[in-house]
Design a binder for this molecule. Structure first.
Ligand SMILES: Nc1nc2c(c(=O)[nH]1)N[C@H]1C(S)=C(S)[C@@H](COP(=O)(O)OP(=O)(O)OC[C@H]3O[C@@H](n4cnc5c(=O)[nH]c(N)nc54)[C@H](O)[C@@H]3O)O[C@H]1N2
Ligand SMILES: Nc1nc2c(c(=O)[nH]1)N[C@H]1C(S)=C(S)[C@@H](COP(=O)(O)OP(=O)(O)OC[C@H]3O[C@@H](n4cnc5c(=O)[nH]c(N)nc54)[C@H](O)[C@@H]3O)O[C@H]1N2
Ligand code: SF4
Ligand SMILES: [Mo]
Length: 753
């Protein structure tokens, strides 16, 4: 017998770990990953990589990452075959549906699904298969306010404008720290480099944040704002623009606006003087910023987590776009623009410029708090009470897909207890962690390196139009289902088709529905064609590849199945492993609109109805108490990458940041332990004294607290940190979006001992 050394080869893959979507160059030998570095030929990231990118190798190799399904037997988990696992799902789930109905089964979709082609396309099948109203996701601890604001303004909840980073002359950034996060709802690999380029070409960067974040440090100016007061601050900018005759939407956008005069009236009470004591920012500074925004050749306002996960998340998100409109910067190069994604764009289908609009129905509400369903889902802040409040309609089962709500959502301790009471918890997940320890069955999808990728979601928010497909770097393991097959299988079991049902049934239905939808759409490049003919053209593909091919070919750059031979298809992307560049953003108004009126609805009544709540804060006095905010670290990724030694080594990151004046007042010293108490919980954390935070504000990162029993993440358990969401109050939500308030939580702080 001769043993041949497997040869070394290079594969290219888009990084799935954050929204930046950097191109990776991965060197493999056989099944072994030798090296990961930035792909210098990638059309978007040009070789950029953050410290997480190369850890796909460590993640792939992590011995704690689950490779086989686990089933709970007594107090223990045992490894079983996939057939046994699906049989167990059927045994547990079907009786819950029979006895308590479909709405007794909740589904929670977590963040990594947004970076996962398989999960992105097939969680819909799962949710439909379960047929439940009880849908929850990480969206309501994240960006829901932005989507609601965009929905009201532009008619579609994904028509979120992004700052045209590479061309703008002035960027006002609120509640985002891309030096740590690499950007969010603004897909831009090497975000820091793009900000440096902005300054190098003579532009200005202003960061509004209660913390002097790394991004604030790199900026021209840091504005230390009181948490949760972005809406008041932005309204004061709008006020100033009107008061000084600077408000001008420009000749293209102006004629599309409804509600201009109403906006001026709404802004009237929010003078810089009125908001200054609330925001903790002097009136002359606000006035100057308004003038600078108006005077800059081009400018963009951008807000993210800090402006969303707060008391006035939707109003703040709305006002970000409103300022862009008032300064004439919406939809023009250098301003705030809409991407034109190659696949799956919600505003690239149907009649351009008009649509069904966005609305929140109060017909379906949660059982306990009567909270409305927004974009088809309930606030995750209500998940625990929907389980632990007894009575008709209580939740009995939960299916999580790539989610760790026990660490990520408010009043974690209550949710943790509630999950333990479920009759059935099925987790599609790669770790036995704080949430999945309550599961009856854990179904682990394959390693990222054994899966294909295309960022269907986040390229809708990119600062440049690109398309990038990655085939699996390594072949699938025999007998291991891909994530989409797991999700389809769960859908089929919930439908009563049994654990032996073939996922292909759902996949075929989805492909057929996608083709039929495109053929019916009068504005599609395949309108009126024979669906069977189109399906046979993609008949050699299945799963996500087939769906993606259909989306690309019927998309705005697509080949239209032969109608435009030089257009995009999956085959074209396969031939271009570094991606295809589709150019800088182009103006998209009015075609991007999907409002019923076909206009930009500046003052939707739902938004207007929340303004009095905001105005009431103008009488609020800062009372000397503390509020808690979060933060991110470049080497973290929410709750789930703390099991990689390369990322967690070094000094502890889960610290409570306290301003020196506050530390002195409280008797806290650097390295001492502080007790932080909120209405719902208490944590003890090591103190980090820093002048990089506004007095009266303390900061603790989220995603930590790995010291719970029964988890299997040895590295994370060795440096557990504390869970900041034990302090987050599930009663505090932004009413328009149902989004949790994770920033600006009232707390008391005291030394321990
Ligand atoms: N390294 C790393 N990268 C990540 C993640 C991660 O966990 N780690 N998570 C990813 C995910 S899921 C997301 S959604 C994105 C988020 O990306 P970003 O939005 O950039 O999130 P953060 O880095 O948390 O920055 C939020 C900032 O808001 C500030 N802030 C808090 N409260 C307020 C407030 O009331 N007003 C204002 N103006 N600012 C406030 C905080 O101090 C913080 O600096 O990051 C993604 N990228
Ligand atoms: N206090 C506070 N809380 C926050 C935030 C904050 O800023 N402050 N940020 C919020 C934000 S922006 C978000 S997005 C949420 C995140 O909330 P979640 O999505 O609930 O939590 P994650 O930490 O992202 O957990 C992801 C889970 O997916 C698993 N996983 C990883 N990769 C895969 C995969 O490929 N397939 C599957 N099936 N599973 C996988 C991991 O093991 C983990 O269990 O947290 C929110 N919570
Ligand atoms: S910035 Fe995001 S996409 Fe790029 S390498 Fe880091 S984790 Fe991956
Ligand atoms: Mo997020």
């Amino acid at each position: 017998m001769t043993v041949t050394e497997p040869h070394t080869r290079t594969a290219y893959r888009t990084c799935p770990l954050c929204e930046a979507g950097c191109g990776l160059e991965i060197t493999v030998r056989g099944d072994e990953v030798l090296r990961i570095r930035g792909d210098r030929a990638d059309v978007f990231s040009h070789g950029y990589l953050c410290p997480k990118g190369s850890t796909l190798k460590q993640l792939h190799e992590d011995p704690d990452r689950l490779r086989r399904p686990l089933v709970r037997r007594g107090g223990d988990f045992v490894e079983v075959t996939w057939d046994e696992a699906f049989a167990e799902v059927e045994r547990l789930l079907v009786p819950v549906i029979e006895r308590h109905g479909r709405d007794a089964v909740a589904v929670y979709i977590g963040n990594p699904t947004a970076h996962n082609l398989s999960a992105m396309l097939y969680t819909r099948a799962l949710v439909q298969g379960v047929g439940t109203a009880a849908r929850f996701s990480a969206s309501t601890v994240d960006q829901m306010p932005k989507q609601v604001a965009a929905g009201y303004l532009f008619g579609s909840a994904v028509s979120v404008p992004v700052p045209d980073l590479d061309r703008t002359d002035y960027l006002l950034m609120l509640g985002a720290n891309p030096y740590a996060s690499n950007g969010s709802l603004c897909t831009a690999p090497d975000f820091p480099g793009r900000l440096e380029a902005l300054r190098a070409r003579g532009g200005k960067l202003v960061v509004v944040d209660p913390r002097r974040s790394r991004t604030a440090e790199a900026a021209d100016e840091w504005i230390g704002l009181r948490p949760g007061t972005d809406a008041q601050f932005l309204f004061a900018i709008v006020h100033t623009l009107f008061a000084e005759g600077l408000a001008d939407p420009g000749p293209r956008v102006g004629p599309l606006l409804d509600g201009w005069d109403e906006l001026r009236e709404l802004a009237r009470p929010f003078s810089p003087e009125a908001v200054a004591p609330v925001c903790g920012v002097d009136a002359p500074i606000i006035r100057r910023l308004a003038r600078e925004l108006a005077a800059a050749p081009t400018a963009a306002v951008y807000g993210r987590i800090g402006t969303c996960t707060q008391e006035f998340g939707t109003l703040a998100s709305w006002l970000v776009d409103v300022v862009n409109i008032c300064t004439g910067n919406l939809d023009r190069p250098g301003g705030a623009m809409f991407a034109l994604p190659a696949a799956g764009g919600a505003t690239t289908r149907g009649t351009p410029g008009r649509g069904a609009g966005f609305s929140v129905s109060r017909k379906h509400t949660t059982r306990v708090r009567k909270l409305p369903r927004v974009l088809g889902e309930f606030p995750v802040a209500a998940l625990a009470e929907e389980i632990d409040t007894p009575g008709d309609g209580a939740l009995r089962a939960l299916i999580t897909v790539a989610g760790n709500p026990v660490l990520s959502t408010p009043n974690s301790a209550r949710l943790d207890r509630a999950l333990a009471r479920l009759d059935c918890l099925i987790a599609v997940d790669i770790y036995l962690n704080e949430t999945t320890r309550h599961a009856h069955v854990i179904l682990p999808p394959p390693s990222n390196l054994r899966r294909s990728h295309y960022d269907v979601l986040l390229l809708q928010f990119a600062v440049r139009n690109v398309a990038n497909y990655s085939p699996p770097v390594l072949p699938p393991e025999a007998g291991e289902p891909d994530e989409w097959e797991i999700l389809c299988k769960l859908a089929l079991i919930a439908q009563g088709a049994g654990a032996g049902a073939d996922p292909a049934v759902i996949d075929d239905m989805m492909a057929s529905a996608a083709v039929h939808g495109a053929v019916r759409d009068e504005h599609s490049n395949v309108h009126g064609r024979d669906p069977e003919e189109l399906l046979s053209e993609v008949g050699h593909r299945r799963g996500p590849e087939r769906l993606l091919d259909i989306m690309l070919r019927t998309g705005p750059y697509g080949d239209g199945f032969g109608a435009r031979p030089d257009g995009l298809s999956l085959a074209v992307l396969e031939a271009n492993p570094h991606g295809v560049d589709l150019g800088p953003l182009q103006p998209r108004l009015p075609g991007v609109l999907r409002t019923r009126s076909g206009r930009i609805e500046l003052c939707n009544p739902e938004l207007v109805a929340d303004v009095p709540r905001l105005a009431a804060t103008l009488d609020r006095r800062v009372d000397g108490g503390f509020v808690l905010v979060g933060r991110r670290d470049l080497r973290s990724n929410n709750s789930w990458m703390h099991n990689l030694e390369v990322l967690v080594k070094g000094k502890p990151r889960c610290t409570l940041q306290v301003h020196p004046d506050d530390a002195a007042r409280l008797g806290l010293t650097h390295g001492a332990t502080a007790r932080v108490t909120s209405r719902v919980g208490v944590v003890e954390a090591p103190v980090e004294v820093t002048d990089g935070i506004v007095p009266g504000v303390v900061s603790l990162p989220h995603g930590w607290g790995h010291d719970l029993d029964g988890i299997r993440m040895a590295v994370a358990q060795a440096r557990p940190g504390v869970n900041s969401n034990v302090l987050a109050d599930e009663e505090l939500i932004d009413p328009l979006s149902g989004n949790a308030v994770l920033n600006g939580i009232p707390v008391t702080v005291a030394p321990v001992g």
